[in-house]
Structures are given as C-alpha cells and as structure tokens.
Design a protein around this ligand. Structure first.
Ligand code: FAD
Length: 374
C-alpha cells in the first residue's frame, strides 16, 4: 500500500539507536516513523551491561532504567584463561538490564509520540530530495530524511553494497540468561582460548552470560554445551558458572558474521546511527551507549539544521560525519587494539602482569573506550 504522507524522518530499525532518535525528535513535535522488523519485547544477543554515561540524557528523555529494577554496577572483574583474576572499580560504573526490557521500555515511550510500523524494509531509493522506502508487506513510504538504525548486519547493508558485507567475519556470539548466585554490582569478563565471556545481573535477577568467539574455535565442537565444556571451561570461573548455573532460556541465542570493520556514518544520504555506523568490540561494553549517543548527536544537529531553514542537506551530512568521528573514532580504535591484545595469549599474559602491578591502569584503559556522561 502506498502512503501519501511524506514523513519528516523515517527511522529504519527500532533498537536502542532508532528508538532513542525517535524519542528525541518526536518530543520536539517532529513527525517520525520507525519501521522495525520484530515486535517487543524480544531478546537480543548482547552483554547487557551499559555504561552510566547515558544516564543524564536518558533521564532528560524521561527514561529511568532503575524504575524497572536495572542493577547498578560499579565493579569489574577480569580473568585470564587460566583463571588469574583482577578486580577493580569501574571509572564511571554502569547498569545491568536485559535488552528484552530496555528496548521495550523505550518503545513504550516512543509509542506515545511517534508512529511505529512492524515490517521489514527491503528497498529504498533517493530521488529529488525524497526517499522512497519499500517494505516486505508491500508498503511504500516517502520521507525527507532517513536514519539507518538497522544494527550491525542487515539485509540493507547488502542492498547498499557496503564494503564490510563483502568480507566474511570470523566472529560469532552466544547469549542466554541463567539462575546463578552472582554479585549484582559486578560485571565480569572471563577469557578463554579464542574468546571471552561476560557475566552480569539483569533486572529480573538472572545472570546474562554472553560470549564472543571465532568460528574456527567453535567448529571442532558439535554443540554449544560441548564448546562450553571443552574450551571455555578451561577457565575455572567459567567452569564453575556452567556447572552451577541453571539455563532460563529454552536454548541460548546465537549470531554469526559479526563484523568490526569500519563503516561510513553517512551513506547514500542515509544517516547511520548505532551499529549501522560502526560496532565497537563487545569487551569494551560500550556499544549501547554509543548507539544512544549517536542518536543524540544526530537529533541535535538535525534540529539545529531545520531551525536555520537550510536546504542543502550536505551541510547536515558533513556536520554529522564530523561529529560522529570526533565522538567515536578513537574509542573504536582503542577497542580494536584491546581485543587483539586480549586474544594473543603471550601479550595478554604480559598485559595481565603489568595490570596486576599497576592496578590503576585497568580503569584508565576502560575509560579510553568510554565517553563522558552526556
Ligand atoms: C556479543 C555482543 C555483546 C555485546 N555486549 C554489549 C554490552 O555488554 N554493552 C554494550 O553497551 N554493548 C554491547 N554490545 C553492543 C550492542 O549490543 C550494540 O551496540 C547495540 O545493540 C546497538 O544498538 P542498535 O540500535 O544500533 O542496533 P540493534 O539493537 O541491533 O537494533 C537494530 C534493529 O534494526 C532492526 N532491523 C534490521 N534490519 C531491518 C530492516 N530491514 N527493516 C526493519 N528493521 C530492521 C532489527 O530488528 C533491530 O531491532 C554487544 C554486542 C555483541 C555482538
């Protein structure tokens, strides 16, 4: 069905980035449509630890994660694959909340002031300053501006011929919730051969366990439990976890082809926010904050741009590109470096020794992958 309205802003993807931008823009009376593939709530593969840097902005948007029992997290534990452990305070702390609850919380707020359509965008084109967006259910929408908030890997990345889609990525991730006695003020990162596993408590008092590894490490084992037992459980912390923890999900969720390659923040006049613009290595625990922050950066620039009655969209595109690079390029680079260090056993062992001798180094390094409260 063709819709006659020309939307001011059409957002493809209703994850954290898309929903936050929808909230921000629609609060100022902007006419916003979000198109999201799945209904709410739903689980997503994610470590579910989010940095406190987002709290001032979320509060300004009327969102309080603690109202739905998010857990306040102030401590960080990291262990080597042999189980050597280091504990430290987190420089600015964070909170534990499931994506099941967090995305749904934002969605409830968005619904009060913007329109959300559940459908999959399959095609889009840009002509004469207007986007034409087509969906799986046969709908056609027009919009003046489009935000790409479709996450780390979408059918649209293929459609846009984005370079990262041409290269296979070795990374896969698994996540599930478990009943397990775990301190609610702590996020743990336990290393194992070829990957790492994050543990933290969520609002329903279950522990989220999420790990990232390579297909190469995984393929020798037929099942997820076999891999967890044979490879991951070399680390005694992980062994204890999988021996004692009780799986809450019917089965773990798994995703593959996770790419950390650079992407462009603006492509084909589409403003990319969140993982569509770039994914930081999960061990940094900062992708969600970056997604929310990118939504803020775009929304503020867009509101300024429309106030000045500019008509040259390249002004906004250049401003967003530059603001995005300033906010995130450095931490993406640092994330890449830390991940490659952590996965090289010798370098990782040496790094661990240095960190044990100078424990303040760890919070300083964490801060490098995070931003200031915004
Ligand atoms: C293993 C792993 C662990 C992580 N752990 C953490 C962590 O502990 N802390 C942290 O801060 N970050 C973490 N991250 C990163 C974090 O999950 C992401 O940065 C965050 O989800 C980005 O939000 P987003 O809105 O950009 O994307 P998403 O939340 O993925 O949302 C994208 C949305 O777009 C929709 N969509 C896609 N294509 C279409 C289409 N064609 N039409 C309509 N809708 C579409 C999808 O259904 C989805 O809902 C982790 C990432 C991974 C891979």
């Amino acid at each position: 069905m063709t819709h006659d309205t020309t939307w001011e802003v059409l957002i493809i993807g209703g994850g954290l980035a898309g929903l936050t931008a929808a909230l921000h823009l629609s609060r100022t009376g902007r006419q916003v449509l979000v198109i999201e593939k799945y209904g709410y709530p739903h689980h997503k593969v994610c470590g579910e630890y989010i940095s406190n840097e987002v709290l001032p902005y979320l509060n300004r948007l009327g969102i309080d994660p603690f109202a739905i029992e998010a857990k306040s997290i102030s401590k960080f534990q990291i262990s080597t694959k042999n189980g050597h452990t280091l504990e430290t305070e987190l420089p600015q702390g964070g909170f534990g909340i499931s994506r099941f609850a967090f995305d749904a919380l934002l969605y409830e707020h968005v619904l009060k002031q913007a329109t959300v359509a559940f459908d999959t965008v399959e095609n889009l084109s840009f002509d004469d300053n207007v986007f034409d967006v087509r969906t799986q259910n046969g709908n056609a929408y027009k919009a003046s501006f489009v935000l790409g908030a479709f996450g780390k890997r979408s059918n649209l990345d293929g459609l846009l011929d984005r370079p990262f889609m041409k290269q296979k990525s070795p990374w896969l991730a698994v996540k599930a919730h478990y009943n397990y006695a775990f301190p609610e003020d702590t996020v743990a990162l336990h290393n194992f051969e070829g990957g790492y596993c994050g543990l933290s408590m969520t609002e329903t008092n279950v522990v989220n366990a999420c790990y990232l590894t390579t297909f190469r490490s995984f393929k020798r084992f037929k099942t997820i439990p076999d891999f967890q037992k044979e490879v991951m459980s070399e680390n005694p912390h992980i062994k204890k976890f999988f021996t004692e923890a009780e799986l809450v999900f019917e089965k773990p969720l798994a995703i593959s082809q996770i790419s950390f390659q650079s992407k462009q923040p603006v492509e084909n006049h589409i403003f990319m926010i969140g993982d569509s613009a770039g994914l930081i290595h999960p061990l940094c625990g900062n992708g969600m904050a970056m997604a929310i922050h990118a939504a803020k950066i775009f929304s503020e620039l867009y509101l300024d741009y429309t106030k000045t009655k500019q008509t040259d969209r390249t002004v906004l595109e250049n401003a967003y590109r530059s603001a995005w690079q300033t906010a995130f390029s450095k931490r993406l680079r640092t994330g890449r470096r830390i991940q490659s260090m952590l996965l090289q056993p010798i370098v990782s062992r040496m790094g661990f020794k240095v960190a044990t001798t100078f424990p303040r180094l760890v919070p300083a390094l964490i801060q490098q992958t995070h931003g200031e409260p915004f």
